[in-house]
Design a binder for this molecule. Structure first.
Ligand code: ZN
Ligand code: ZN
Length: 831
C-alpha cells in the first residue's frame, strides 16, 4: 500500500529523464533542415572550451539558450541550435607539460565528458552539426581562410614590439591584455620585439565602428566598449622640422588649436628619428637615450602609460614649430610609445594635464594660448586649462574660437604642405601568431630562393604533427625537424615551414558558419546554406568577450561578405544577450574555492528539469544569481505538484483538446482557463521581446499549478481542469522538457510534445471582468469609467483625467488633491 502511494505521488525523474533523452536522440527530433520552408531562427550559445567538467553555472547559459530554442520551435520557426567545441588552446598544452598527457587525448576525453553533460541537461541541440576546432576537417578551413586573408593582404608578417606573457611563453593580441595583464593567467605582460603574423583588422576600422549603430539588438554597454576600443579620433597630423637636420618628426593631435602653446616635443626612445638625432647631439646624450630605451624594453604599455612615473630628458636637439617657427627642445620620455600614433607628441603644458605635470617637474615653459570665452590669461597658470575657448598669442589665429581655429590651422598646414586633417584609431592590427603547439599551423613556408610562400590549397591541411615533445619553453613545432623541413611549393627547393600556430580566436571568429555545413569537404560552408541561415538571430554568451571574440567575428564576417561568401547584412550576430553569472556563497564557482555544484550530482539528486527550472526562475537571466539548496528543492516540489495535479486525469483529459477553449460555467473555471493563457502569453512575449525573463513565465506556471491543485479537490470533473491538464505539458516543454514529454505521452500522444505548437494566447480567454470607477470632481460625480480590476492608482488617475467630461469640469485648473478608493472611486479636488 505504502509503495503504491509513493509511486502515485512522486515523479520518478531519474528513469523518465533518461528515457526521453535517449528517444530524442534516436529520433533526431532537433535536427534542422535547409529545405524547411518555415521562417528560420538561428539561436547560438558561444561555443565552450572543453576544460573538462561542467557545473551548474555553465548550465545556466545553455538552459537559457535551450529555452529560447524550444520556445521558438513551438512558435513555428525552423530553429537551428548547434553546439561545438573551441578545442585548441593552452590548457591542453599545460596538461601535457604538467602531467605528460597528449593534448589531443586530453582534449578529446574532455569533449566526450562535456558532451555527455550537455546532453544530460536535456538540451535540444542538433548534434549532427557538431564541430571541434582541433579536428583537421575544421582547421583545414582555418588555413584556407588564412590564405584568403593573405591574398587580400589582410594577413601579413612584420617585426614589432609585441605583448609577451612570461608565464604562457607566448605573445598575446592587444585585446588579450587586460589592464596590462595576460587574459589567461593574469601575469604582467612584457614587451618584446618579434617578427609576427598580424591580421589587418584596422582596414575595417570605420565599418566596425559605424556598423555598431546597426546593432540595436546588442547591449549598449558592449557597443560602447567596442567603440572605445576602436578609439576613433579626428585630428591633425603634421610635421615639426629639426634644427641642423634635413628630417622631420610627425605628430598627431586632436587639439591643433593649442599648437602655439607647444613648448617641447616628446618622443619615444625607440623612435626611428633617434638614429638621425644622434648625428647632431652629444655622444653622452646618445648613450643616455640607448640606456633609457634598454631600461624600458620589457616594460608593458600599461606600465609606461599609467603605472610608471613620467620620466624623460632633453636630447640636446630642437624641433621647429612649422607655424610659429619657434625652436622647442626634443625630449625622450617613457610615456610616449613608438608604435602608437606617430611615436611623438607635442607637449602643450598649459592645456594638457599630463604635459602640465611633466613641464612642472622638469621646469619646462608653460605657455597659455587658450583662454575661456570672455576670460583672460591667468598668470601664473596654476592648473592646465583643457577646455575650448578663444586663442591668444597664436599668430594669425589669435582671437579665433578653438573650433574655428582647428579648421583654419589645419588648412594652413595643408597649404604649407606639412600636414592636414586625419583620423586616428586607438586599436591595432590583430596579432595572431602563437609560439605554441596546440593550435592551427600557419600555412606559410620560407624558401631560400622565393622567400615567404603560401602553401597551395591542395596541400591543406598542414597537419599538426603528433608526438611532439612539449616543455613549455620555446616553440615545440620549431624544434620538430620532420615538421619544419619541407620543400618550396614554388621552386621545389629546400624550405622551412612557419612554426607559429594561430591564436585560437581565429577559429571562433567563423565557427557559426561551419555549423551550417559541418561536413562539407569542398569548402568551409556553402553560400546557399549561409544565405538560408545567416545571420545569427540570437547570440548568447558572456560579456567578457565584448572586444575579443565579438570584434574579431565582426571583422571576419565583413571580409566574408566582401568576398560574396555570405549574403544580406554584413554583421554576423543580429542580437546579443549577455547572461549573468551563477554564484554560490556569493562567489564564483571554482574548484579551488570548493564551491562547485556539478551537473551530474544535481541531475541525480534533484533531476534535470528541476535544475533547469531553478536556473531560469532564480533571477532574470542577465542578473547574477545565487545557487541555493532551498531554491532547487522548491523546484522539485513544484514538479511533484505538476505530477499530482495531472496524474488523476491521464485518461479523462484525453478527450478535451488542448487546441480548443473548453466550455466554462463558473468564475473558477474561467480563472483556470485564463491562467493557462497567461502562461502562454508570457512564454511568447519573453522570446519575442528578447527579454528572456522566463522567471516571470515560470512564476505564472506556479500560479497555474496552484489553481489546478485546488481544482483537483473542488471541480475534478470540470472540462476547464481537464483542459489545463492537457495544455500543461505544452506550457512546460521549453523549461522542463522531460516531464512535459512524459505527461504528453501519458495523455495518449505518440509524437513528441517538442514538435507541437505552443498554446496560442487567446484574447477572450485572457480578458478579465471589468469594474466601474466613479470619478468625482470636488465631490460631485462627473463620470463613470470602466477599468481592469487590478488597475493601479496611477493608472486610475490617468484614466480619469483622460475623460473628456472630467477634463471640462477641471477646466485647466490645478488639481490640488487626489483621493483614490481602490476599485471604486477617484476624487479630484481642484482650486
Ligand atoms: Zn599568460
Ligand atoms: Zn622556392
Amino acid at each position: 500500500m505504502i509503495t503504491i502511494l509513493l509511486m502515485a505521488e512522486t515523479y520518478e525523474f531519474r528513469t523518465i529523464e533518461r528515457k526521453w533523452q535517449e528517444r530524442w536522440e534516436r529520433e533526431g527530433i532537433y535536427r534542422a533542415s535547409e529545405t524547411d520552408q518555415r521562417e528560420k531562427y538561428y539561436v547560438l550559445e558561444m561555443l565552450p572550451y572543453p576544460s573538462g567538467d561542467l557545473h551548474v553555472g555553465h548550465a545556466k547559459n545553455y538552459t537559457l539558450g535551450d529555452a529560447v530554442a524550444r520556445t521558438m520551435r513551438m512558435l513555428g520557426y525552423n530553429v537551428l541550435h548547434p553546439m561545438g567545441w573551441d578545442a585548441f588552446g593552452l590548457p591542453a598544452e599545460n596538461a601535457a607539460i604538467q602531467r605528460g598527457i597528449d593534448p589531443a587525448t586530453w582534449t578529446k576525453s574532455n569533449i566526450a565528458n562535456m558532451e555527455r553533460q550537455v546532453r544530460l541537461m536535456g538540451t535540444s541541440y542538433d548534434w549532427s552539426r557538431e564541430v571541434a576546432t582541433c579536428n583537421p576537417d575544421y582547421y583545414k578551413w582555418n588555413q584556407w581562410l588564412f590564405l584568403r586573408l593573405y591574398e587580400h593582404r589582410l594577413a601579413y608578417k612584420r617585426e614589432a614590439p609585441v605583448n609577451w606573457c612570461p608565464h604562457d611563453q607566448t605573445v598575446l593580441a592587444n585585446e588579450q591584455v587586460i589592464d596590462g595583464r595576460c587574459w589567461r593567467c593574469g601575469h604582467v605582460v612584457e614587451r618584446r620585439n618579434l617578427s609576427q603574423w598580424f591580421l589587418k583588422i584596422t582596414a575595417y576600422a570605420d565599418r566596425l565602428l559605424n556598423d555598431l549603430e546597426k546593432l540595436e539588438g546588442w547591449p549598449e554597454r558592449t557597443r560602447t566598449m567596442q567603440r572605445n576600443w576602436i578609439g576613433r579620433s579626428e585630428g591633425v597630423q603634421f610635421s615639426f622640422g629639426i634644427e641642423r637636420l634635413d628630417a622631420k618628426i610627425d605628430v598627431f593631435t586632436t587639439r591643433i588649436d593649442t599648437v602655439y602653446g607647444a613648448t617641447y616635443l616628446a618622443i619615444a626612445p625607440e623612435h626611428p628619428i633617434v638614429a638621425d638625432l644622434k648625428t647632431v647631439i652629444s655622444k653622452k646624450n646618445a648613450a643616455a637615450i640607448d640606456a633609457f630605451a634598454e631600461e624600458l624594453k620589457s616594460k608593458s604599455e600599461l606600465e609606461r602609460t599609467s603605472l610608471m612615473e613620467k620620466e624623460g630628458f632633453f636630447t640636446g636637439a630642437y624641433a621647429i614649430n612649422p607655424l610659429s617657427h619657434e625652436h622647442i627642445p626634443i625630449w625622450v620620455t617613457n610615456y610616449v610609445l613608438a608604435e602608437y600614433g606617430t611615436g611623438a607628441v607635442m607637449g602643450v603644458p598649459a592645456h594638457d594635464e599630463r604635459d602640465f605635470d611633466f613641464a612642472r617637474k622638469h621646469a619646462l615653459p608653460i605657455a597659455q594660448v587658450i583662454v575661456p570665452h570672455g576670460g583672460e590669461a591667468t598668470v601664473p597658470l596654476e592648473q592646465p586649462y583643457v577646455g575650448d575657448g578663444r586663442l591668444i598669442a597664436s599668430g594669425d589665429f589669435t582671437g579665433m574660437s578653438s573650433e574655428r581655429a582647428r579648421n583654419a590651422i589645419a588648412e594652413r598646414l595643408t597649404a604649407l604642405g606639412v600636414g592636414g586633417k586625419t583620423v586616428n584609431y586607438k586599436f591595432r592590427d590583430w596579432l595572431v601568431s602563437r609560439q605554441r603547439y596546440w593550435g592551427t599551423p600557419i600555412p606559410i613556408v620560407y624558401c631560400e630562393t622565393c622567400g615567404e610562400v603560401a602553401v597551395p590549397d591542395e596541400e591543406l591541411p598542414i597537419l599538426l604533427p603528433p608526438d611532439v615533445p612539449i616543455t613549455g619553453e620555446g616553440s615545440p613545432l620549431a624544434r620538430d625537424p620532420d615538421f619544419i623541413n619541407t620543400v618550396c611549393p614554388r621552386c621545389g627547393g629546400p624550405a622551412r615551414r612557419e612554426s607559429d600556430t594561430m591564436d585560437t580566436f581565429f577559429e571562433s571568429s567563423w565557427y557559426y558558419l561551419r555549423y551550417l555545413d559541418a561536413h562539407n569537404e569542398a569548402s568551409p560552408w556553402r553560400e546557399s546554406h549561409a544565405a538560408h541561415w545567416m545571420n545569427v538571430d540570437q547570440y548568447i554568451g558572456g560579456s567578457e568577450h565584448a572586444v575579443l571574440h565579438l570584434l574579431y567575428s565582426r571583422f571576419f564576417y565583413k571580409f566574408f561578405h566582401d568576398q560574396g561568401w555570405v549574403a544580406g547584412n554584413d554583421e554576423p550576430f543580429q542580437r546579443l544577450f549577455h547572461q549573468g553569472m551563477l554564484l554560490r556563497g556569493g562567489e564564483k564557482m571554482s574548484k579551488s574555492r570548493g564551491n562547485v555544484i556539478g551537473i551530474d550530482e544535481t541531475a541525480d539528486t534533484n533531476g534535470v528539469d528541476a535544475m533547469r527550472l531553478f536556473l531560469l526562475y532564480v533571477t532574470p537571466p542577465e542578473d547574477t544569481a545565487e545557487w541555493t539548496d532551498e531554491g532547487i528543492t522548491g523546484r522539485v516540489r513544484f514538479l511533484n505538484r505538476v505530477w499530482r495535479a495531472s496524474e488523476p486525469f491521464f485518461e479523462t483529459a484525453r478527450s478535451i483538446s488542448p487546441r480548443e477553449l473548453p466550455p466554462v460555467s463558473s468564475p473558477e473555471e474561467r480563472a483556470l482557463v485564463r491562467a493557462v493563457h497567461v502562461v502562454a502569453k508570457s512564454a511568447e512575449d519573453e522570446v519575442m521581446s528578447r527579454r528572456f525573463h522566463f522567471n516571470t513565465t515560470i512564476a505564472k506556471l506556479d500560479e497555474l499549478v496552484n489553481s489546478m491543485t485546488v481544482a483537483v479537490q473542488r471541480i475534478p470533473e470540470s472540462p476547464a481542469l481537464h483542459y489545463a491538464v492537457h495544455t500543461l505539458p505544452l506550457l512546460l516543454a521549453p523549461y522542463a522538457p522531460h516531464i512535459a514529454e512524459e505527461l504528453w505521452g501519458r495523455l495518449g500522444h505518440t509524437t513528441s510534445v517538442h514538435l507541437e505548437r505552443m498554446v496560442q494566447p487567446d484574447a477572450s480567454a485572457l480578458a478579465v471582468d471589468e469594474i466601474t470607477l466613479v470619478v468625482q470632481v470636488n465631490g460631485k460625480v462627473r463620470a463613470r469609467i470602466t477599468a481592469q480590476p487590478d488597475i493601479s492608482e496611477a493608472d486610475a488617475f490617468a484614466l480619469a483625467l483622460s475623460n473628456a467630461h472630467v477634463q471640462s469640469q477641471i477646466d485647466g485648473k490645478e488639481v490640488r488633491k487626489r483621493i483614490y478608493v481602490p476599485g471604486k472611486l477617484v476624487n479630484l479636488v481642484v482650486a
